[in-house]
Design a protein around this ligand. Sequence first.
Ligand code: NAD
Ligand code: TYD
Length: 348
Amino acid sequence: MKRILITGGAGFIGSHVVRLFVNKYPDYKIVNLDKLTYAGNLENLRDIENAPNYAFIKADICDGGLMDRIIADENIEGVIHLAAESHVDRSIKSPMDFIHTNIIGTVNLLNAAKKQWQGKNHGRFYHISTDEVYGSLESGFFTEETAYDPRSPYSSSKASSDHLVRAYGHTYKLPVVLTNCSNNYGSYQFPEKLIPLMIHNIQSEKQLPVYGKGENIRDWLWVEDHARAIDMVFHKGKEGETYNIGGNNEWKNLDLVHFLCDLMDKKLGRGKGESRKLISFVTDRAGHDMRYAIDASKIKKEIGWEPSVRFEEGLENTVDWYLKNDAWLEHVTSGAYKEYYDQQYKNR
Ligand code: NAD
Ligand code: TYD
């Protein structure tokens, strides 16, 4: 399988996956398909955009006919599907965008792959999903056997797409594999999610909105460790299987925000405790899941993957990256860069 379509490759996790594949596999052709929504930015891929084994196509996965044509014209042998609407708060405001992209878009890709690979003995459809499909934990950990119990429009749309991917595997024998991962952090994350938003607001001395009492718990994973897991599962994962991916690294939101404030006080030469004064406890997110935590023993045992970066080290690296990349932040939040690229890459 050398002709790979990566969807959502201009987003946060997708850009790390595209970079890894383009650099590691010079004999593969990597096609990045992305609609370039507010969350997708080609600036995330500046360093590899001229690589001979890389191509970009601006397209919407909700256009089924277009997906059929792209997968056939590019003679795609493997799909790594990351394109999605990904922010829980936005899903609460506008669920329909999540239904279209995450469910209908995924089915369009499944249909296109099914047509392309019928009667051929190759193909792999790798669906990237989230631990949020399992719901909220009081104790213990999510395993691959945990029953689905999604509670936000985002997690429900991802759960629907997971079921459809498995149904295509079961009914049509489409060669599928899935992973469900915990919260990622690192460079190139759009500053609406907790960590980059807090870094950005601490730097610009804006309010730090902590939902509720800040007691919710997330299991954080370095995005490059996730990208490495995706590479390993794509090449070694068993057809029809699901693997959970997590950092074994649970933090309460408020502890995490305190850690970032104290770290950035030092980096920015502020007095001890200065940034913590920016914290503001705001109305809780509707239906806020209390705790996510992953048992990743299956991927460790069967595929040999392990997280490699300690959280404190990864966070410091992430803070340094955001402080050095003001221009990136400015561009992705202003929309000017997107307009420029929209003119460069017209829809096919
Ligand atoms: P992101 O929002 O940063 O990127 C999503 C990308 O998909 C963007 O480049 C966007 O332009 C593209 N996209 C959106 N709608 C599209 C459409 N209709 N057609 C084509 N492209 C479209 O998201 P992310 O955080 O990088 O997440 C990527 C995937 O990983 C998602 O499927 C998400 O559910 C999953 N995931 C994310 C996390 C996390 O912590 N961020 C954790 C587990 C799983
Ligand atoms: P987020 O990064 O949106 O990821 P998810 O909701 O998918 O886990 O949020 C992480 C946690 O941080 C979640 O418990 C909500 C909380 N949060 C805040 O307290 N304030 C914020 O401004 C944001 C964006 C999130």
